[in-house]
Write a protein that binds this ligand. Sequence first.
Ligand code: ADP
Length: 182
Amino acid sequence: MTNILIFLGPPGSGKGTQAEKISEKFQIAHISTGVMLRDHVDRKTDLGIKAKSILDEGSLVPDNLVIEMLKDRLDSDDCKNGAILDGFPRTLPQALSLENDEKFSIKSVIFFDVNQEELVKRMLERGRSDDTEESIKVRLQVYLNETEPLVGFYSKKNLLTEINALGSVDDISSSISELINL
Ligand code: ADP
């Protein structure tokens, strides 16, 4: 059984930065589906070729493709101590795919709360190739429609803890560390 910690929150909320720190501190894997997909695009794999235009416009890659990619990744040896999922699940079907698989045990879901103005500012500053103003708008809208409902979904299961993601990187990291018992 693989223990799972989910980092949930809008694009630009700092999930990736925190996942990196927490992964190191607790020696658990950090899995970012965004990083994995961009890597497929760079390597021009079949998945990468399908995903490129979707990533550029800020929409979501189809559930079946992302779910398959993620489950393969979770099978690796380095996930034995557990894994932080950063950017997955982003839709209800993705959440259900974890829920309905006995191999995984979701220990906790951390929700990164940040206001929208700050998100746009952060994303424009980091200047990734999919961080154009147009794609940012789409991603925030997709987040509100598809991903935000997962806050209620996990909260009903008593798995959700909300953190204020506006402080310093170290302060936020300490608050997350206190919540972790894998
Ligand atoms: P951000 O940091 O802006 O949230 P990510 O690096 O997590 O961005 O993801 C970048 C892009 O990769 C998304 O806009 C989306 O197109 C795709 N993507 C990442 N994770 C998923 C997922 N779980 N389901 C569908 N598409 C995904």
